[in-house]
Design a protein around this ligand. Sequence first.
Ligand SMILES: Nc1ncnc2c1ncn2[C@@H]1O[C@H](COP(=O)(O)OP(=O)(O)OP(=O)(O)O)[C@@H](O)[C@H]1O
Ligand SMILES: [Mg+2]
Length: 240
Amino acid sequence: MLIRRDKWLQYRILRNGSSLAARLPETQLLKKNALTKMLLQYQSVVLKPRNGSYGRDILFIKRNGASTYRIQNEKNVITMRDINTLLILFRKKSSSRGYIVQRRLQLALIQHKPFDIRIMAQRKKGSASTWKVTGSYAKVAAQGYLVTNVTSRTIPVLEALNLARIGGRSLLVEAERIALLAAKRLGERYPKLRQVGFDIGIDRKRRVWIIEGNYQPDLRPFRLLKDSSMHRKILWYKKH
Ligand SMILES: Nc1ncnc2c1ncn2[C@@H]1O[C@H](COP(=O)(O)OP(=O)(O)OP(=O)(O)O)[C@@H](O)[C@H]1O
Ligand SMILES: [Mg+2]
């Protein structure tokens, strides 16, 4: 079953499950007003294509004082005086494709590199089945990147939490709880949905955030983990 990748639609679905609202970084469709307002409120925001881009077309924008903006895409950084210039450059792109603007999270760091967590949630066939967490790992961004799609390494979550000196098992349990709530919500909306790979962020204040849920998650990283038990469990759930 194929569900369209649409970050804006997914945000609204999750947002309406009120218990998750506080776990979602504020998100708007990209428009001049929304961008200006969010930059005033948060200082740093992220622009992302609605339909995903494996991290490639994502822009991080930071307001420096009153008059300049720092803009980063992949490893490239430029400074702009006027956000309107950016919006004009973007107009063509965003009208053809659609972008969202989202509050930037200050993700926890491992040796100065941000990381986030992939949590795999699945359910068996049949309408009465409940969602389970079948696997997880942490993705550490490559040097110079702010997105974790370009990874320097994937490691077990507990190891990442430990390296980041940010917490232990209870933080993983909390992240899993939130992923399951989100899976449940998406499962109500899409009765045939059976797997979601969530990108979960942990900020420097140990707060847990839902970045997005992927309906066709890449399973390769699970295959490459030293411990193969998660990969086997995931394949079992896919079959049953
Ligand atoms: N609001 C944010 N604050 C900080 N970092 C973010 C934020 N949104 C995204 N990121 C980083 O960028 C990465 C990619 O973002 P996201 O998963 O939303 O898009 P994507 O991977 O391009 O989408 P898709 O998987 O649909 O191709 C995240 O895993 C995270 O590391
Ligand atoms: Mg992603």
